[in-house]
Design a protein around this ligand. Structure first.
Ligand code: 5GP
Ligand code: ZN
Length: 137
């Protein structure tokens, strides 16, 4: 069905835009880490910055296991674009502050993707401790 006042080409473009918006809205509404960012799901926040949030992993695989997320929803590492630069810097600045605050002399920063990524909102794992259970990450 054509939207009134539009030709078939314009109508198709309008429908595609509408569909994209609806899909992104549904995705955002259901995203666990977006809910944590908005405070709708409570968790152990350890650092908050204007563009990033860090909180303790609910199921730690190391003595220190913190998740650092951009407040803006980004799906995964391979969906990052040049417009996400400030968000990535904010995530790494949060990691630096935590490394200093917790006096971590050794640490690892890890991203999962594909079948290894369970929550589809970009997150960096900050891990420290000699007994990292990599097979559980
Ligand atoms: P992924 O496998 O996607 O790289 O990592 C997702 C991480 O999120 C897992 O380490 C998992 O334990 C953690 N996680 C899942 N649900 C929650 C939650 O509700 N709160 C917190 N703090 N961490 C969560
Ligand atoms: Zn999200």
């Amino acid at each position: 069905m054509l939207k009134s006042g539009l030709n078939s080409n314009q109508s198709l473009k309008w429908m595609a835009k509408e569909l994209k918006l609806r899909i992104s809205y549904k995705f955002m509404k259901d995203c666990l880490f977006c809910k944590i960012v908005k405070g709708e799901v409570k968790t152990g926040v350890v650092l908050e910055a204007p563009k990033a949030l860090a909180f303790k992993d609910i199921n730690p695989v190391a003595a220190v296991h913190i998740l650092i997320v951009p407040k803006k929803h980004i799906d995964t590492a391979t969906s990052i674009t040049s417009s996400d630069g400030a968000d990535l810097v904010a995530m790494h600045q949060a990691a630096k502050k935590l490394v200093e605050k917790l006096k971590l002399t050794s640490y690892r920063l890890a991203y999962n993707g594909g079948k290894y990524q369970h929550v589809p909102h970009l997150h960096m794992h900050l891990l420290s401790g000699d007994q990292v259970q990599w097979d559980r990450l």
